[in-house]
Design a protein around this ligand. Structure first.
Ligand code: C2E
Ligand code: CA
Ligand code: CA
Length: 277
């Protein structure tokens, strides 16, 4: 009896999850067709560890649904990736973020970091679309940074390398996101056409607990610098973590300690010092 009850519970839960996924997919399609007002881009500061000034902004998509409430990108992005909607989501983010940031003259020197999934990058139109967006917004290509997770680069085949090379030729930067969580082969590291490395949050989390964590982070910094990359420490939540990531040589840092993701106007109003040059 008990195992039958467990089975029924399992089935019900499974059905509910499936229904929610279907609903979210349908709603996302509808939102992209007719109601992008439900979407909003938040921006999180990326600061220099040397002087705390704002160097970059990472765009993070938010979706507020009138009935379902706030839906996390960790839930809807994977669904979009599995259903052909990711190109449209990516287009929306690229266009909107570029337009919003380009409208603020003080942010001219600030790097705009956009998350891109593998599916979007390899859809055959990506470099062209990127070029169009840059032209339309009037933004300097070097002010764009595409964030691609380490796991999205696996397998790192020739086509993907060519594509990343094409993107870099436009002058755009590429950053390797969540480094340390994928399975990228270190012997291939030097081949990556990447200018920025973002360490996975787990490295910063570990600083408070594991004595060796600091040395490991320092080792990643040495390796990245040898390959000509700048390093962003992600997920910095406390003053002591901020001090350690600076001490081990991370060039940039991001996390709740420096600022949470928020609408652009709020980030600007927060008093963060914008690098002037
Ligand atoms: P990600 O690219 O690794 O983004 C960092 C995530 O960590 C964000 O979650 C951010 O809000 C959160 N975060 C930042 N600082 C801290 C901190 O100090 N502590 C903690 N606990 N968390 C911190 P968010 O906004 O929920 O986004 C989750 C993921 O969804 C992103 O991970 C990214 O993979 C994906 N995503 C978000 N927006 C987009 C988008 O426009 N396109 C694509 N393809 N993916 C997106
Ligand atoms: Ca990211
Ligand atoms: Ca990340």
């Amino acid at each position: 009896k008990a195992s039958r009850a467990r089975y029924v519970r399992f089935q019900t839960q499974h059905r509910e999850e499936l229904q929610r996924r279907q609903r979210i997919e349908e709603e996302l399609r509808r939102v992209l067709d007719t109601d992008t007002d439900q979407l909003e881009i938040h921006y999180q500061p990326i600061v220099s560890t040397a002087d705390g000034t704002l160097v970059g902004l990472e765009s993070l998509l938010r979706w507020h649904h009138p009935e379902l409430g706030s839906i996390s990108p960790t839930e809807f992005i994977p669904l979009a990736e599995g259903s052909n909607l990711i190109d449209r989501v990516g287009n929306y983010v690229l266009e909107t973020a570029a337009a919003e940031v380009a409208a603020v003259p003080e942010l001219r020197r600030v790097m705009l970091c956009i998350n891109v999934s593998r599916r979007e990058l390899t859809n055959g139109q990506f470099p062209e679309r990127l070029r169009e967006t840059m032209t339309r917004s009037g933004m300097d290509p070097a002010a764009f940074c595409l964030e691609i997770t380490e796991s999205a680069l696996d397998p790192l085949d020739g086509d993907l390398l060519t594509l990343l090379g094409n993107v870099r030729e436009l002058g755009t930067q590429v950053s390797l996101d969540d480094f340390g969580t994928g399975a990228s082969s270190l012997s291939e590291f030097y081949r990556l056409p990447v200018s920025v490395l973002k360490t996975a949050k787990s490295f910063v989390d570990a600083l408070d607990e594991h004595p060796s964590a600091k040395s490991i982070l320092a080792g990643i910094v040495t390796m990245a610098h040898a390959a000509g990359m700048r390093v962003v420490a992600e997920g910095v939540e406390t003053e002591s973590q901020a001090a350690i990531v600076a001490e081990v040589g991370c060039d940039l840092a991001q996390g709740y300690h420096f600022g949470r993701p928020a609408p652009l106007a709020e980030v600007i109003a927060s008093g963060v010092r914008i690098r002037a040059n």
